[in-house]
Write a protein that binds this ligand. Sequence first.
Ligand SMILES: NC(=O)c1ccc[n+]([C@@H]2O[C@H](COP(=O)([O-])OP(=O)(O)OC[C@H]3O[C@@H](n4cnc5c(N)ncnc54)[C@H](O)[C@@H]3O)[C@@H](O)[C@H]2O)c1
Ligand SMILES: [Zn+2]
Length: 380
Amino acid sequence: MIIEQKINVPFEFPVVFTDDIFAPENRALVDAIDRLQEQRKHRAVVFLDQNVERQHAQIRDKIESYFAAHKDRIELATRIQTVPGGERAKNSIVLNLEWCEDMLKWRLDRHSFVIIVGGGAVLDAIGFSASLVHRGLRLVRIPTTVLAQNDGGVGVKTGINVRGIKNAYGTFAPPFAVINDFQFLLTLDDREWRSGIAEAFKVAMIRDAAFFEFLLKNAAKFRKRNETAMRHLVQRCAALHLDHIRTGGDPFEMGRARPLDFGHWSAHKLESMSRFAISHGDAVAMGILIDTAYAVECGWLRNDDVLALHEALKSAGFPLWFDELDHGDIFDGLREFQEHLGGELTITFPSQIGARREVHEIDIAMMQSAMAKLKMLAHA
Ligand SMILES: NC(=O)c1ccc[n+]([C@@H]2O[C@H](COP(=O)([O-])OP(=O)(O)OC[C@H]3O[C@@H](n4cnc5c(N)ncnc54)[C@H](O)[C@@H]3O)[C@@H](O)[C@H]2O)c1
Ligand SMILES: [Zn+2]
């Protein structure tokens, strides 16, 4: 006998854009936590990225005052927890197990909240622990970098690095809510500020030609840290990522394609070849440039498209060549990309600006020729 089983589980979560999230009169956080109107007080723990704490001197007091101002709806189960910022948070499963045990110790249950204030790495690391305890606590993400606000933080994944493999362990765990506060972005250094800009170019090129035009036109403004332009970039990019996860038909990535990883096969390799001295954003900018140049070689895009992208990334402040690319090792990135996903090699390229195609074979000679042209362009 075979009983065919099929389960559909809807996930709903708001992604809110606001300013000054912990001002007592700002209801974004308390309303997000209370959005199911469960008529009770909610218990929460707050994990805070160490570097956010450093840059925002009053933040602990502000969070505590916020909880005090809304004490009819929310309460802190313990004091605010500071965690290492950046990739360090993702590099030790021992830390994850400690956080899990802490969550048990504080008697968090499946209706309690884990609130994370931090960059994408801290969101991934604490999110991973929170998704394990009691098979998943309610997670509220408050991303504090451009990349986390417009890409990683609005998605449905968690992850940590094991044996040097990025995101080797992780879970699919949609959050309860995401709240993006633009004010956090003002304390990022230039490198972190531009990191998420590469992801905006990435998603625009395969999904939204009008947004791509906007990015080309405003590239120099991003470098000058123009806030109006950046707000639009973050919101549109987040909306496109959310749209893709909602409508792309494969939110938990069971299939073999990962369209949002356009440009990422070489980006991931570049990051690891540089021992992570090259940031994810800088690597992605280079990665989409390489795959765009390849798309030109294949006749899918016009030469003007790669020139326009090159010019815009330059204006936005991205490095346009890395010596690591002179080593053949970069092509190992194709195999590693395939291994992480499983199944046949599938790489997404723009088929024209704003649309995409999937490719199962890469002509290495053509890729080398595309890269040689980029190298010349970068040194012109
Ligand atoms: N889960 C996903 O779907 C997904 C998607 C994309 C990326 N990611 C992951 O996200 C991570 C990268 O995230 P990121 O780009 O946000 O970098 P990050 O989390 O490494 O943060 C970069 C640095 O900025 C600091 N920082 C954070 N907010 C700050 C602020 N407001 N002011 C000053 N400093 C601040 C951090 O402490 C860190 O030192 C990677 O580990 C990547 O794998 C996950
Ligand atoms: Zn990325």
